[in-house]
Ligand binder design. Structure first.
Ligand code: PEP
Length: 236
């Protein structure tokens, strides 16, 4: 299974940031053994898509609405992301589950909307620090998977992102990452790519990406700078 290295720019990036794509292209020099994806803010997708294609990378959204159109001020449909040049969309990121009160049922509807529009959903799951301390991580992630994954067959990526590891510099032990990815593999089946996310950086990427059932990474902070992102892609 080809690894997927996905960058989540979150609410960062202006038109000037497109220069990072050119810089990344210079580093990749036309080739990477991993599939490379960048999920910029929605305002940059249309401008970034041709630049990303030119360096062999793809572009994705960070969220979508479950419906294709309608009276939903400020929201973006999966069809709009596709039209702007996206091929993936992240759904159920813990920041959206927390900041916007997104339930697993809402995340599932968004994942199904992504497939309807011809996008591959990247469904995020992960436990909080308190849940891990209480030993409930598999129960929590199992419940999120049962509630958030789209019904039926179709393209799907799952990102395991422990909430306490996002943007903190903390990561689970390699054994804990392996155990959770094994658990998710049992639930998701053989063909689904399972990404690890949470403080992936150049210094820990090779060790994490070598773990069985880790099929790539979802990278936040370290995806904003071409040099760091390239180092992670090279580790895959
Ligand atoms: C993320 O938010 O998806 C993420 C993994 O962030 P970071 O790499 O900054 O921890």
């Amino acid at each position: 299974m080809k690894s997927l290295i996905a960058g989540n720019w979150k609410m960062n990036g202006l038109m000037a940031s497109l220069a990072e794509i050119e810089r990344l292209g210079g580093l990749l020099k036309g080739g990477a053994s991993a599939e490379v994806l960048i999920c910029p803010p929605a305002t940059l997708i249309a401008a970034m898509a041709p630049a990303a294609r030119a360096i062999g990378a793809e572009v994705g959204g960070q969220d979508c609405h479950p419906k294709a159109s309608g009276a939903h001020t400020g929201d973006i449909a999966a069809e709009m992301l596709k039209d702007a040049g996206a091929s993936y969309v992240i759904v159920g990121h813990s920041e959206r589950r927390a900041d916007h009160g997104e339930s697993s049922a809402v995340v599932k509807a968004k994942a199904e909307a992504a497939r309807r529009a011809g996008l591959t959903p990247i469904v995020c799951v992960g436990e909080t620090e308190a849940e891990r301390r209480a030993g409930k991580q598999e129960a929590v992630v199992g419940e999120q998977l049962a509630g958030s994954l789209p019904d039926g067959a179709g393209p799907l990526v799952i990102a395991y992102e422990p909430v306490w590891a996002i943007g903190t510099g903390l990561t689970p032990t390699i054994e804990d990452i392996a155990a959770m990815h094994r658990f998710i593999r049992q639930k998701a089946g053989a063909g689904v790519r399972i990404l690890y996310g949470g403080s992936v950086k150049p210094s820990n990427a090779a060790e994490i990406l070598a773990v069985e059932d880790v099929n790539g990474a979802l990278v936040g902070g370290a995806s904003l700078k071409a040099d760091d992102f390239y180092a992670i892609i090279s580790a895959a």
